[in-house]
Design a protein. Structure first.
Length: 400
């Protein structure tokens, strides 16, 4: 009897495409971390309406094909999903600040941070970017995420400090200021994704894959989970007996998956900030959903879409908070502009910061759900473009 495919032997990997939908020669395929996926070629058909005197169906006609699927994940950092985040944001990360230690001095009254080692630590810093300060031993409140206001020289930046966390300090040379930033944009990118059933030597290659959706789910007492949704074009197949590498790999290779820790909602979630202040209300869960409204671009004579188009960007989410006052409910009733931020950090110091400069609470419904239950306020929120017309969402990542 032939071997049967086992889910524990399935490998998903990807490589960025140079030209949309075109095979990458000798690719370096990055192996992905996942909990499940459902990549498939999706056939569209139509039943013939031709009349037959014997009442039988004459034909089932193939009318179109497309491809894609969802990659379900447990969220981890350390470059695990950075390329996928870039595709979801339709943009690219800035050049990361160096992770090397240097002496950083702080003047709290002006938010001035100086690289006293004159190593040019802030060469790639940009206004609006968030940086993660670490290594300050005397005043631990100097460690954390701060937003750059100005970057006047390669050795200095000024940062915003709405919660008055900064304290004057002369560093001892063990400090770091890390980060790279991205905001939603209009840059198109694509990748080819390989799904390999390694135990039976069967392979599917999904070309022209664009990330249409990205979601994150944070719930107390649980692992951070999420997903990336892909939509693309042509599918190629290969089968090797005995199992070996597919033909399209050529002299390419597979890059190992990252090994950074999976994030949890207990020790890895930092301060949730609303309107520049730490949220006083305790939160049980929150979610973020990014949707690029992708669409197939079909054409006569082409079996698969000739392109994948981008539509309007939608960024929304939910917050489930313990009901303790009318603050959030009033902001929903008054249709107030609200800014939101939250961040995550693993035990190795890899960190993620999400900023939504302008959101509206679309719904809020505190109500008793039953006997012996806490009253929860479940809010739906929708991000809209900031008042300068620049962005809806900023992602900052600090690597190690």
């Amino acid at each position: 009897m032939a071997d049967l495919a086992d889910s524990n032997r399935v490998r998903l990997s990807y490589v960025k495409e140079v030209t949309f939908g075109t095979l990458v020669a000798n690719p370096a395929m990055q192996i992905l971390r996942l909990t499940s996926s459902d990549f498939a070629a999706n056939k569209q058909t139509a039943v013939s309406d031709e009349l037959r005197f014997d009442r039988q169906t004459g034909d089932l006609i193939e009318t179109a094909f497309d491809s894609g699927g969802s990659l379900n994940i447990e969220m981890s950092l350390g470059d695990t999903y950075d390329d996928l985040i870039e595709s979801a944001m339709a943009s690219t990360f800035s050049t990361a600040l160096p992770v090397t230690q240097t002496q950083l001095n702080i003047v709290a009254s002006t938010g001035l941070i100086t690289d006293a080692g004159t190593t040019g630590h802030f060469t790639n810093a940009a206004p609006g970017q968030w940086i993660l300060l670490a290594g300050f031993a005397t005043n631990v409140t100097n460690n954390g995420w701060f937003k750059i206001l100005t970057a006047p020289t390669v050795n200095t930046v000024t940062v915003d400090d709405p919660m008055n966390l900064l304290v004057n300090e002369t560093g001892n040379g063990d400090e770091t200021a890390r980060g790279k930033t991205i905001v939603n944009g209009v840059a198109k990118s694509s990748m080819m994704v390989e799904q390999a059933f390694t135990d039976i030597g069967a392979f599917q290659l999904f070309r022209g894959q664009r990330v249409g959706t990205w979601s994150l789910n944070v719930e107390s007492g649980a692992i951070l989970t999420g997903s990336f949704g892909f939509q693309g074009t042509q599918v190629d197949i290969d089968e090797q007996t005995p199992p070996t590498d597919p033909t399209w790999l050529g002299s390419g290779s597979y890059l190992p998956a990252t090994t950074s820790a999976v994030l949890n909602a207990t020790s890895n979630v930092g301060t949730i900030v609303k309107n520049g202040s730490a949220l006083a209300t305790a939160v049980q869960s929150l979610s973020v959903d990014v949707d690029n409204s992708l669409r197939n671009q079909n054409a006569i004579g082409s079996k698969f879409p000739i392109g994948i188009g981008y539509g309007r960007l939608s960024i929304s989410g939910t917050v489930s908070a313990y009901f303790q006052d009318m603050t959030l409910y009033n902001q929903m009733l008054n249709h107030d502009d609200v800014s939101m931020e939250f961040n995550f950090i693993d035990g190795a110091g890899n960190a993620l910061h999400l900023e939504f400069p302008r959101v509206k609470f679309a719904a809020s419904a505190p109500a008793p759900s039953g006997i012996d239950q806490d009253v929860m306020e479940d809010l739906d929120w929708q991000a809209i473009v900031d008042t300068t017309g620049t962005y809806m969402m900023r992602v900052d990542i600090a690597g190690k």
